[in-house]
Ligand binder design. Structure first.
Ligand SMILES: Cc1cc2nc3c(=O)[nH]c(=O)nc-3n(C[C@H](O)[C@H](O)[C@H](O)COP(=O)(O)O)c2cc1C
Length: 341
């Protein structure tokens, strides 16, 4: 197999380390407020944006979609698209905005995305994906990565995935995240496509054995740091977590720094709430609403005493006109005394 030269890219060793544990790109969920909360829970994990489409940036001029807080680093921008020139330009916008990595979405099965030939349907066209990666990698100094499925529709993953990985590696992608299940482009909703096609972790481990020079992260169905550790110990380079990181952020991220990265201390969700106060105040001054931030904090105490009272106080209080950080602090009073018992 032909190997491409690993290009000199900015900050590769730092971000490869951060990618030992990453929080998945999730539309409408991993916006900048969500990432800020996650960053307070883990100083080390790699955070991904929601997918931003290249046409929205390039044709729509929607550069506000690239806004983020400097505290979010290391943070990766995920792009959707299939036109190499457009993706190259969008990648450049992302790099100029300071993102640490530009990721190409080859895994999203939604109808809207299929119609624009983005996302998982690209698993059928590795040559096109390689052209996109080449154009993006030439346009930016930061690393260009891919997030993909193991296959789509009638494809046989064990047959097509090695060829797909070989194409993108030759094109200049040296880090890939593999959602370890197929996507069915017809007949299943995007939500069903995250649950119904069976997970094949062995295949992803097999890809690491076949491509030892590729940095490979596994994604799909991971719900604990113990599972993360097991996959890392078995030879994978990284694990990406989506839904569990969103719904139980403290379980996944609070112990990540000491347990996965060997540095730092366990984060306390009560302190995270307190640290959110100045962030919320800034957001309100800029005309934002409390709920836009606190909707991502509902799971902070999941599985802990007071979790239900916290969720309720926060979700009910945050939607009122003029609601401010005091809503968060009052909700915290329902949790804090219990947590100290
Ligand atoms: C609400 C939601 C939105 C998502 N949006 C994206 C997206 O924008 N880009 C993407 O590559 N994957 C997206 N995904 C898929 C996740 O990144 C991830 O691959 C999937 O949820 C499987 O991981 P998990 O089992 O850890 O959740 C989304 C998932 C959810 C639940």
């Amino acid at each position: 197999m032909e190997h491409s030269r690993i290009p000199e890219k900015q900050g590769i060793s730092t971000i490869h380390r951060a990618a030992r544990l990453s929080v998945a790109p999730m539309m409408d969920w991993t916006d900048r407020h969500c990432r800020y909360v996650h960053r307070l829970l883990s100083g080390q994990a790699l955070l991904y944006t929601e997918m931003v489409t290249a046409p929205a940036l390039v044709r729509g001029g929607a550069l506000h979609l690239l806004s983020y807080s400097p505290e979010e680093h290391p943070v990766a921008l995920q792009l959707g698209g299939s036109d190499p020139e457009e993706l190259a330009l969008a990648a450049r916008f992302g790099a100029e905005a300071g993102y640490d990595e530009i990721n190409l979405n080859c895994g999203c099965p939604s109808d809207r995305v299929q119609s624009g030939t983005f996302g998982a349907v690209l698993m059928k066209d590795p040559i096109r994906v390689a052209e996109c990666v080449t154009a993006m990698a030439e346009a930016v100094d930061v690393e260009v990565t891919v997030k993909c499925r193991i296959g789509v529709d009638e494809q046989h993953p064990e047959e097509i995935l090695p060829g797909f990985l070989d194409h993108i590696r030759t094109a200049g992608c040296h880090r890939v995240t593999i959602h370890a299940r197929k996507a069915w482009l017809q007949g299943l909703s995007p939500k069903e496509n995250r649950d119904i096609p069976p997970l094949d972790y062995d295949l992803v481990h097999g890809m690491k054995a076949a491509f030892p020079d590729l940095h490979i992260s596994l994604n799909g169905g991971i719900t604990s740091l113990d599972q993360v550790r097991a996959h890392l110990d078995a030879g994978l380079d990284g694990v990406m977590i989506g839904r569990a990181a969103y719904h139980q952020p403290t379980d996944i991220l609070a112990e990540a720094d000491p347990l996965i990265f060997g540095t730092g201390k366990v984060a306390d969700p009560i302190e995270v709430v307190q640290k959110m106060v100045p962030y919320v105040e800034r957001h309100l001054v800029e005309g934002g609403r409390l709920h836009q931030i606190t909707r991502h904090m509902l799971g902070l105490f999941a599985g802990r005493p007071g979790a239900r009272a916290w969720r309720r106080a926060l979700s009910e209080g945050a939607v009122h006109d003029g609601a401010g950080p005091e809503v968060m602090l009052q909700a915290l009073e329902r949790v804090a005394p219990l947590a100290e018992v």
